[in-house]
Design a protein. Structure first.
Length: 385
């Protein structure tokens, strides 16, 4: 066997063993050998290496089937930490996890600037804070994942952020001048999809539809984030559903998000009530008292959502579609209203669900990408606690 082949097989075995330990959370050497099909000598060699790297730890089982209690292997979850960040329109969300994806700390930072340099400096200051907080662990902060509400290419360069008018800015490179740990930057919806896949629905093919100020689509194909040729796939909110329709900020007319985003819904509801604006808090109260104008508007909202979802189903033939929205938890019945309008004989999907991760979907997904890269594994299965 060539040296290169031996090194490849060794790395492959280590990756498989690490994935199984992480997935099972606690497993014996004998069970590892049985699950992976690797012989005991290989298991012992790889485990010793992981112990030397301070990535796993040994504990004695409380149970025995007779004889000595087995020694169990677990990932040393506090050996390092991952930071997920979401840069939204007027808030930046921070979420720190250990290597099991368990949430250690969350912070929300309001900000009111569209200037790139000011946002970059805010991020630098906060990331440095987390680096300092994690420095007592063996590996410290092992990486930072940042979700951006805009177009991001395959290399992590920000192409365009519509609400702040950022164009062709290299946040990753700018941060890397001051931060030594790995930095990952992607569209927020892609991280939402990866978060749902990792923490909620462990499936290799799913779509995550995020409905907020706009509409985005995160795509998981064969267990990986699908980004398209240049990396900007999933801008589904700019699918035209109405010829010569409402003017969109993208330059086109009749884009789906002009009719079915939360911003469009609240603006329409405000007009119906003779108001200048309508808030999510007011919407929650209107739903609670079953205000007739609001309930009618919600049913109409479901129809407008179903138009785009119908197109998505026919385009992707997805196994699972997950919708992440602030409105659905307030009014879960809207999911059934949406399904009522997906009547085409061509519609073929397994599940239409709403997100279990909610606001944390993007930051958890970003954290998961960091953990996966740090551990050097292909498949990551975690549990959101």
């Amino acid at each position: 066997m060539k040296t290169g082949d031996h090194a490849y097989i060794k790395a492959l075995n280590k990756r498989i063993i690490t994935e199984i330990i992480l997935k099972e959370q606690s497993i014996s050497r004998a069970q590892l050998s049985k699950v992976t099909g690797l012989n005991k000598a290989t298991i012992t060699s790889q485990i010793n290496e992981l112990l030397d790297e301070d990535l796993i730890e040994e504990t004695q089982s409380d149970q025995s089937t007779g004889g000595r209690k087995p020694i169990l292997l677990s990932l040393k979850k506090e050996a390092g930490y991952a930071l997920g960040i979401e840069v939204d329109v007027d808030h930046i969300y921070f979420l720190l996890t250990n290597l099991y994806g368990e949430i250690i700390q969350k912070d929300i930072l309001p900000f009111d600037t569209s200037y790139y340099e000011k946002t970059r400096d805010l991020l630098l200051q906060k990331i440095q804070y987390y680096i300092n907080e994690c420095e007592t662990s063996h590996y410290g902060l092992v990486g930072v994942g940042i979700g951006i509400h805009g177009l991001v290419d395959r290399k992590g360069k920000i192409v365009y952020v519509i609400h702040s008018n950022w164009r062709n800015v290299d946040l990753k490179q700018d941060l890397a001048q001051y931060i030594s740990c790995p930095i990952f930057i992607n569209n927020n919806t892609n991280y939402c999809a990866y978060g749902e896949k990792t923490f909620y629905i462990h499936r290799s093919n799913l779509l995550c539809l995020t409905i907020s100020t706009g509409i985005g689509l995160g795509i998981i194909m064969d267990g990986k984030i699908y980004q398209g040729f240049h990396g900007i796939a999933g801008e589904i909110g700019h699918m035209i559903i109405q010829q010569d329709g409402k003017q969109c900020t993208c330059g086109n007319q009749g884009c789906w998000e002009q009719y079915a985003s939360e911003r469009a819904f609240l603006a329409g509801l405000a007009r119906k009530k003779g108001r200048a604006l309508y808030t999510m808090k007011e919407l929650a109260e209107s739903i609670r008292i079953k205000d007739s104008v609001t309930m009618t508007a919600l049913n109409d909202f479901a129809k407008k959502l179903s138009v785009g979802i119908n197109n998505i189903i026919n385009t992707f033939n997805p196994e699972t579609i997950i919708i992440n929205s602030h409105i659905i938890p307030m009014y879960p019945a809207i999911m059934e209203e949406i399904k009522k309008h997906l009547k085409s004989s061509m519609n073929d999907y397994q599940d239409l669900l709403y997100s279990a991760l909610g606001q944390d979907a993007c930051t958890l997904g970003a954290s998961a990408v960091v953990i996966k890269s740090f551990l050097g594994i292909s498949n990551l299965y975690l549990v959101n606690k």
